[in-house]
Design a protein around this ligand. Structure first.
Ligand code: AMP
Length: 353
């Protein structure tokens, strides 16, 4: 099916990523229908058509599917049953197969290894805290599912601490990863169409604080060979997953320049927000193009940019950012500035020559 402007793009999830996806879709003449679980979510404020229901509300899922020409998602933890139900009526991109891998840290790491890509040493951990393999210490114990922004993980200095960490995480299936003494964290975005065309974005360098992304600088300063290698890793993963849409690949770069795959996200990503102000196309437009089966554009950075996340009370400094030359402020319209909550971001665009 060829989609044309005027068609309806469904978005599962109502967060800031959905809001920015909706902006991009509207600019390309699409209609947008957001499916969100609660009424105060940021994407609902920018779309005329929305469904506010739970992901297990089958009547709401069926009506949403009928109302949309294609459906995408803005967070990867949409229940697989909901995706499959929608997919029976309308194409869902990325599909349930991609989600089955990217909802599970163990499946992600196994896929990377199958493709010959490097990762931190890892082993599965049973809910009872039994490690089924060898890792190095210190290590990180992470829940296989539903972890984000540093939640669902514990640092474990030695084997003796493991049982306590497993209990603290709620005795759920987990993965134990040897800690990597990385030089820096990088990420790369890849888009792939149903027809198999792929495009990667310039490499981004990320700084995290307390497990949450604090800042991104992009394009990252990196030798051409490293940037190329990161792109090749992203393309290998996108092709193995038969991705239809956008995929973010988070990497650790070791001091000797090796790239280790850490985490995958099958959607626009916080580390790609700089593209809104300093790259053509931006990540949201590219996601829309990929999901609609439209031609991808080869991303071209227009300038180097630094993206700063506004977390919790940081948002109180909004007027200062407005006053700063070369800064563009993005606010997500969230009412309550809870600690660590992503309230907005700022892109600082380097002056051109
Ligand atoms: P994640 O949720 O896997 O992205 O982890 C959140 C953050 O914790 C990462 O961005 C890293 O800063 C850190 N981290 C996670 N896994 C490891 C690891 N195996 N070795 C060292 N640092 C890690």
């Amino acid at each position: 099916m060829t989609l044309a402007p005027g068609a309806t793009l469904g978005i599962l999830g109502g967060g800031q990523l959905g809001r920015m996806l909706a902006h991009a879709a509207h600019r390309l003449g699409l209609r947008v229908h957001v499916f969100a679980e609660t009424p105060a979510e940021p994407a609902l404020a920018v779309t005329a058509t929305a469904t506010c229901a739970r992901f297990d509300d089958t009547a709401a899922l069926d009506a949403f599917a009928r109302a949309c020409d294609v459906v995408t998602l803005e967070f990867e933890n949409v229940p697989t049953a909901a995706l499959e139900r929608i997919a029976a009526a309308t194409p869902v991109r990325p599909g349930a197969g991609v989600l089955a891998v990217t909802q599970d840290r163990l499946a992600e790491k196994r896929l990377a290894r199958q493709l010959g890509l490097a990762t931190a040493p890892f082993a599965p951990v049973t809910p009872a805290g039994v490690v089924e393999g060898e890792v190095t210490w210190p290590a990180r114990l992470k829940t296989r599912r539903l972890g984000y922004d540093g939640k669902g993980q514990r640092r474990v200095a030695a084997a003796a601490e493991l049982a306590g960490a497993a209990a603290a995480l709620g005795r759920v299936p987990a993965i134990l990863e040897g800690e990597v003494a990385f030089a820096r964290e990088l990420s790369v975005l890849v888009a792939r169409t149903p027809g198999g065309d792929v495009e990667t974005f310039p490499l981004a360098e990320n700084r995290h604080a307390d497990g949450i992304l604090a800042e991104t600088v992009a394009p990252a300063a990196a030798p051409a060979a490293s940037a190329r290698a990161a792109g090749e890793i992203a393309i290998a993963l996108a092709e193995a997953l038969a991705l239809e849409g956008l995929l973010a690949v988070e990497l650790f770069e070791t001091p000797d320049g090796r790239l280790l795959v850490n985490e995958l996200a099958p959607r626009p990503h916080n580390s790609g927000h700089w593209t809104l102000d300093a790259c053509l196309p931006d990540q949201f437009e590219q996601a829309v193009r990929a999901v609609c089966g439209w031609p991808l554009a080869p991303p071209r950075a227009l300038a180097r940019a630094r993206m700063v996340n506004l977390l919790g009370d940081d948002v109180a400094g909004w007027a200062g950012w407005l006053a700063r030359p070369g800064a563009r402020l993005h606010l997500y319209g969230k009412a309550e500035a809870r600690a660590g909550r992503k309230m907005g971001h700022v892109t600082l665009v380097e002056a051109g020559s």
